[in-house]
Write a protein that binds this ligand. Structure first.
Ligand SMILES: Cc1cc2nc3c(=O)[nH]c(=O)nc-3n(C[C@H](O)[C@H](O)[C@H](O)COP(=O)(O)OP(=O)(O)OC[C@H]3O[C@@H](n4cnc5c(N)ncnc54)[C@H](O)[C@@H]3O)c2cc1C
Length: 302
């Protein structure tokens, strides 16, 4: 049966959109491959009313509540192709089943590509972090490292300084300019030159940041900015315009989360520069409203 909307990605953005559309009694299918971005962290924070729950628990509760809406269908799988035009798209799942739909929401999130430093990947989301607002409080102060991986890493160090005593590992990146050095000094950030070769330690915390010189510096937690990449190529395959953000390419959307292609919407981390659970959920709500309005007033918003 043709769906009013297919939502590709059942994370925070996708489920929020499904919630809006299900409550409008629209037929919506969510296709989800089950790997939300924050799956590496045991606890999520900064989400009002859910402090300290795991992301998986929040999503499971949301899915259970959505199951009560008879027009909402959940499919476990990977959407691997999306073709067509507004009111007449087809989305294929895992290379076989193809579902017709009037609208598509891309809520497939982003992939974090981490710096290739031994010992870093296995600590990702635990003691190697990217967002102090999500996990900074739990560090409880003390020695914190920031590894320069990105032109904005110096800025990240000045922010993280509110959560502890920060060392910025320059890691072979160009020396910050005078104004940035002044700001780092004002924020009490010390600079540690040299390339980081490994993160070591028998336990997750404390850990040693090993430099090429052989020197090791002990920290309780480490921040690193990953390279962000859209997951899959469905946005590009459908012809959606992308735009640059400080964190990487994102899908360009208008205020209602409509992309440049009629009938295709995008919400969550894949369509904003810096995302978190609440912001992605809000984007999903906006996309749900945008899709619903476009179904009612086809020429106004499609
Ligand atoms: C380590 C870590 C910890 C974090 N901790 C916090 C925190 O404590 N608090 C907070 O607010 N934010 C946190 N974040 C940020 C938060 O995880 C993201 O902002 C949020 O998950 C984005 O929601 P989303 O719905 O856009 O994408 P996601 O939650 O990543 O969901 C995308 C979904 O789409 C699915 N998918 C992708 N492609 C396809 C496809 N082709 N077919 C079917 N399904 C597909 C994926 O499997 C996934 O389930 C953290 C991020 C990281 C990396």
């Amino acid at each position: 049966m043709q769906q009013d909307a297919i939502i590709i990605g059942g994370g925070f953005a996708g489920l929020s959109a499904a919630y809006i559309l299900g409550r409008a009694r629209r037929h919506v299918t969510i296709i989800d491959s089950g790997t939300p971005r924050n799956r590496f962290s045991v606890h999520a924070h900064g989400v009002l009313g859910h402090d300290g729950k795991s992301g998986a628990e929040i999503l499971a509760e949301a899915r259970a509540q959505l199951a009560a809406y008879p027009t909402v269908t959940f499919v476990q799988g990977e959407a691997d192709s999306a073709v067509g035009a507004a009111d007449d798209f087809n989305v294929r799942i895992d290379g076989h089943d193809s579902i017709p739909t009037r609208r598509i929401l891309l809520a497939s999130g982003v992939e974090d590509r981490l710096p290739d430093i031994p010992g870093l990947r296995e600590r990702w989301g635990k003691t190697v972090l990217h967002c102090p607002y999500c996990h900074g409080y739990e560090i409880g102060g003390g020695a914190i490292g920031v590894i320069a991986t990105h032109p904005m890493s110096a800025h990240q160090a000045t922010v993280v300084a509110d959560w502890g005593d920060v060392t910025l590992f320059t890691n072979g990146m160009p020396e910050p300019d005078e104004a940035t050095l002044d700001l780092l000094a004002q924020r009490g950030v010390s600079l540690q030159p040299g390339v980081v070769t490994a993160i070591e330690g028998e336990t997750d915390t404390p850990m040693q940041v090993r430099l090429a010189s052989g020197k090791g510096i002990t920290v309780k937690a480490l921040f690193a900015a990953p390279d962000l990449h859209l997951r899959g190529t469905l946005a590009q395959d459908l012809g959606c315009s992308l735009e640059d953000s400080p964190a990487g390419k994102i899908i360009a959307t208008n205020a209602m989360k409509a992309t440049s292609i009629a009938g295709v919407y995008a919400a969550g981390d894949n369509a904003r520069a810096f995302g978190n659970i609440t912001l992605s959920s809000a984007d999903g709500v906006m996309a749900g409203l945008g899709i619903h309005q476009s179904l009612m007033f086809a020429t106004a918003h499609s």
